[in-house]
Design a protein around this ligand. Structure first.
Ligand SMILES: [Zn+2]
Length: 584
């Protein structure tokens, strides 16, 4: 039996303290949720801010495969005609197939917060739902404070649902807005509603009693088939119901059908992606997906788990994409590394895998995280495997910030690199140090690698990472970049924020260059376009671009027919001359 998952991370989740998604973040997360097989994505509240309105314009261009996007709004204002209600107009202007309308259930709220009569509230619900139905929308009705309202005045609470149902709502969502209900109360009230109404029901719980997941599961067991929540339970106060735990329990414990087939293994990845996007720290002890959720420490447990994991684990961690970690014997990470290196066709090389694993562990101890930086991980694999060659060499960089008494600060970056046998020395201004460095670096590289113009930096996040006791604090910079085909993340860690940014920036550019080189046809390597420095790789894509041939700095010696990367590393030619390694 299927349970439909409604994600409100972008709307209710963004109400959480310290959570702030950019427009780009919201679109990226929408794609991720769609790939997972989430059924409904609540994109925002179009009346609340221009960013949400812009989101609804942009989301129409996304090629979503499964999910349906919903806009959120409220019932019309009291004593206002629906056609004159700005909220409803903004809701319809979002042009989503589905709208979610929230209305009041609790008589006390109607009289004391809305300041209107109980009858007017029923008209507000009915007219708002009917108006959106007439405009061709599917309407989901969120009954705010349903459980508190039902306890206070069950007849009136049911009449509000009836009003929404008769006006054409497709699903009625019962909300535990204050988050204080208990599982048996939820179950009892859901059953009572089902005796009165024959319409699909949904559940929306908050976590103020630390029971949002339990309350949601109780509602499902009582007959609800539509579940609302947020990834990692982010949301205001103590958060919303955590969809991660809900999905895992529904699928693995109760055997309901949720998500698209085979997506459950990506739950851990999704959880960590959202933490990175929201710029929040992971919760190590988070059930199912936390770093410590399947970590075993201490001899006896470790031995038992090694013999039979079921002795100390409630599920196989691989089912949700997590992994078992045996803390004492340092075997952690092997399975992740293994899955991540499969695309590099290196998984048969046990010694190499061990070296990669050691590298990852060392870097993680320094504060690196690769969950949102797959591109940096790819480069790390290349470096460890010996198939990496730098595309340019850094000689120096400098960043200056000047701040006059009245003027805004001006940032200027100077970059000196060796590329294609030449020394390039460029300077650029930018909005801040990273932007200026990025601009100067690209100015230096543009004549050699014109396809870098296709890529842009879409996001930049900084986090202070707690070093081990006694070490200076470090910062981790995560950069998200994109071109027409892909989005990729890179990471840099340093005690200096500019250096951390530089590392992430260089990884991002090198990843793009490797990606394009790998995608280029093998015949390009036969092209005599060549540099005179064996340490500097030539991008095969360059040869295809006539402007490079005309650029004397790009080519010096047409004699060498083989790319220097291959010559310096005979193992790379054995697999594929032009594309030594496949990248995603
Ligand atoms: Zn809520």
């Amino acid at each position: 039996m299927r349970v439909y998952i409604y994600d409100t991370t972008l709307r209710d989740g963004s109400q959480g303290e310290g959570v702030n998604f950019s427009l780009q973040d919201k679109l990226l997360l929408t794609r991720r949720l769609d790939e997972m097989g989430i059924d409904f994505i609540e994109g925002g509240y179009p009346l609340s801010n221009p960013k949400d309105a812009e989101y609804f314009r942009a989301v129409r261009e996304l090629p979503l495969r499964h999910a349906r996007v919903c806009a959120f709004g409220m019932t019309r204002k009291k004593q206002t005609d629906v056609t004159a209600d700005v909220g409803l107009q903004a809701l319809l202007a979002a042009a989503t197939p589905i709208v979610t309308i929230v209305g009041k259930t609790w008589d006390y709220h109607v009289t004391h917060v809305l300041g209107t009569t109980l009858d007017e509230n029923l008209r507000m619900i009915a007219e708002s739902v009917a108006y959106c139905r007439q405009a061709g929308r599917e309407v989901l009705y969120d009954a705010e404070h349903f459980f508190d309202g039902y306890r206070a005045n069950p007849d009136y609470a049911l009449r509000t649902l009836q009003a929404a149902a008769e006006a054409g709502a497709a699903t009625l969502i019962l909300c535990d807005t204050n988050g204080g209900s208990l599982p048996e109360q939820i179950a009892e009230i859901v059953q009572a509603v089902r005796r009165h109404l024959d319409l699909p029901l949904g559940i929306h719980c908050h976590n103020d009693g630390d029971l949002a997941v339990a309350n949601t599961l109780a509602a499902v067991r009582a007959g609800v088939r539509h579940v609302q929540g947020t990834i990692n339970g982010i949301g205001e106060r103590c958060g919303n119901a955590d969809l991660i735990s809900i999905i895992a329990n529904l699928a693995l414990k109760y055997r309901y059908e949720v998500l698209q087939p085979d997506r459950l293994q990506r739950l851990t990845e999704l959880s960590r992606y959202v933490y990175e996007l929201a710029n929040m720290n992971f919760r190590p002890n988070q059930p199912f997906v936390g770093h410590s959720a399947f970590a075993h420490k201490g001899g006896m447990h470790t031995h038992a788990v090694a013999r039979d994991p079921a002795t100390y684990e409630h599920i196989d961690p691989a089912l949700v994409g997590n992994e078992r970690r045996i803390l004492v014997s340092e075997l952690s990470g092997h399975s992740t590394i293994l899955t991540k290196t499969v695309k590099h066709r290196l998984h048969h090389d046990k010694a190499l895998l061990s070296r990669i694993l050691n590298q990852v562990q060392d870097l993680e101890n320094m504060g690196y995280e690769f969950e949102a930086a797959e591109a940096s991980f790819d480069l790390l694999v290349k470096k460890t495997a010996g198939t990496y060659r730098p595309w340019f060499e850094r000689l120096a960089y400098r960043v200056n910030v000047e701040h006059g008494p009245d003027a805004a600060p001006v940032t200027e970056a100077t970059v000196k690199i060796r590329v294609g046998g030449q020394i390039e020395h460029t300077v650029s201004e930018g909005d801040g140090p990273v932007n200026a460095l990025d601009a100067a670096l690209r100015k230096a590289l543009a004549p050699y690698y014109p396809r870098l113009q296709e890529m842009q930096l879409v996001d930049y996040k900084v986090r202070v990472v707690n070093g081990r006791a006694g070490t200076a604090a470090r910062v981790r910079v995560v950069i998200e970049s994109r071109d027409a085909q892909d989005v990729w993340g890179t990471v840099g860690v340093s005690e200096n924020i500019i250096e951390a940014s530089w590392l992430a920036l260089v990884d991002s550019i090198e990843y793009k260059l490797f990606k394009d080189a790998d995608a280029a046809s093998p015949t390009d390597t036969a092209n005599p376009t060549e540099t005179d420095r064996p340490t500097t790789a030539t991008a095969p894509t360059q040869a295809a671009n006539p402007t490079d041939a005309a650029n004397p700095t790009a080519t010096t010696g047409p004699t060498a027919a083989t790319a220097p990367t291959d010559a310096a590393n005979p193992t790379a030619t054995a697999t594929a001359p032009a594309a030594p390694l496949a990248t995603p």
